[in-house]
Design a protein around this ligand. Structure first.
Ligand SMILES: [Zn+2]
Length: 183
């Protein structure tokens, strides 16, 4: 059986017992989770999520990027227009992890190779490397704070998820992005 056939078979079993077709579009919890696309780093597992609990954004490394900022803007826009608690204030939890594939990008030869494939500068690739997840999660929250259009009222926290133990550690306590902002 191909991998896709395996997945389709699993979905058939999932749909056969499906009882949650009446879930509200608004998630039960107001925290948005941003984390790595690594198969070991699945918040549905390590945060015990149920269907409909939270919005999860995933990219290579769980990095703050302009695309993430754009998604947050869309979510904030929609949150004010969905039925339910209109006063819901979104929070963002950024979660990086050790042994991230993005650690391979610390190697200058890898930076050069990937930069050529993507048509960008090696320095752009170097900034994507994650060697110390606690350091990169702190740096990303600072990056978000400095991004034009970042909502100052957004409460942001930073964490690391240990793929060896399953434990989450809080590195940056939750605080509104506007706190510590120079302007
Ligand atoms: Zn990763």
């Amino acid at each position: 059986m191909s991998d896709l056939a395996t997945l389709l078979e699993r979905n058939r079993r999932f749909a056969a017992d499906f009882r949650e077709g009446d879930l509200a579009i608004r998630p039960r919890l107001s925290t948005v989770v941003l984390t790595c696309l690594d198969a070991r780093v699945d918040p549905a597992h390590f945060l015990g999520l149920e269907l409909g609990d939270v919005v999860v954004l995933r990219n290579a490394g769980g990095r703050i990027t302009p695309a993430v900022l754009s998604d947050l803007a869309v979510l904030g826009f929609l949150a004010g227009r969905l039925p339910g608690n209109a006063a819901t204030q979104l929070e963002l939890a950024v979660i990086h992890h050790p042994d991230c594939g993005m650690s391979r990008l610390a190697d200058p030869a890898a930076q050069q190779d990937l930069a050529e494939r993507l048509g960008v500068e090696p320095a752009d690739i170097a900034s994507m490397a994650i060697t110390d997840p606690a350091e990169s999660v702190r740096a990303d929250i600072e990056t978000l704070r400095r991004m034009p259009g970042a909502p100052g009222s957004l409460v942001v926290s930073g964490h690391t998820y240990d793929v060896a133990t399953g434990a989450l550690s809080t590195i940056v306590e939750p605080a509104p992005l506007g706190l510590g902002n120079a302007d």
